[in-house]
Design a protein around this ligand. Sequence first.
Ligand code: MN
Length: 323
Amino acid sequence: MPNAAAGGDAIAVCTALDAGYLPLVLVVATSIAASALPSSRVAFHVLYDGPDTWAVRQVQRWRHPRLEIVLHRLPNPYAHIGTLGGYPPSTLFRFAVPQVLAELDRVIYLDVDLIVEADLGELFHVSLDGKPMGAVRDIRLIDRALTSAPDRQRLRDDTRDYLRTALGFDTDDAMLNYVQAGVAVLDLRQLRDLDYASRMHDTVRRLGRALRYADQCATNAAFRGDIAILDPRWNVFPEALPGGEWPDVIPQLRAAVAAQRSGPRIIHFAYLKPWRHLGLPGGDRWWRHARRAGLGPYYLCQLIAARAGMRWNRLRTLLGRLR
Ligand SMILES: [Mn+2]
């Protein structure tokens, strides 16, 4: 495996978010550091749109010999677009990454609702076959689009119709390449050369509220057929883990699910969140990292608030300023 540190440059990772999600950056960073090889050096770039809360100070205090967090505060250029399909404009903030990280040639983009369970060197150096980005197939959505289960025909027809008419996936083979956007390897130089920011702006403007999963569907529409398909173990939903409840997936996806189950490298809580739901497969691992990040009490309060259906701020007032 190529070694980033030996080459003198760090493994570059990034995310882009609303300041309210900054505590999750510490959970992700803790998980990356815990799995990093002793020789690895990771630079974790965080794009965020203010305000500067207690979480910013906590992120600034972060120290680890193998991982450095670099904060980039800037206004989200997509804020004016507003909510898309229930998703806030912070999900589109990631489209600013190639411009903001202008000095980098490549970066791993990560959502913050995930934990990393392997050294990221292999992913950082993966071949993209000349394509401007790489990502993992979205097994859940593809299975929904291509299933032949009699009791899921309506959902299947609806999903296929959406993929075809809104996003331009014409065939079953094309649909097999719909990717999950929560983990992506970005060739930043290529993306800058093809004016990624404008392409994404145009796509979002063209499709607008037709987009069901905001940034993810926009990415699939804009780069359909031009995304390298990565090893499925780099983006594993909890449903794929032992104890998870996958329905019997279509034959074309069975090998991917088996690989995910036996060797997950990134566990992505894309739907149910461990800080709101107990007992998720892989949830115990998430909590271990949250505690190591010093955020056990914070997320315990979030969990209690979620279970009680209370607003977090109200609970925090009740419990005092727990950190
Ligand atoms: Mn996610």
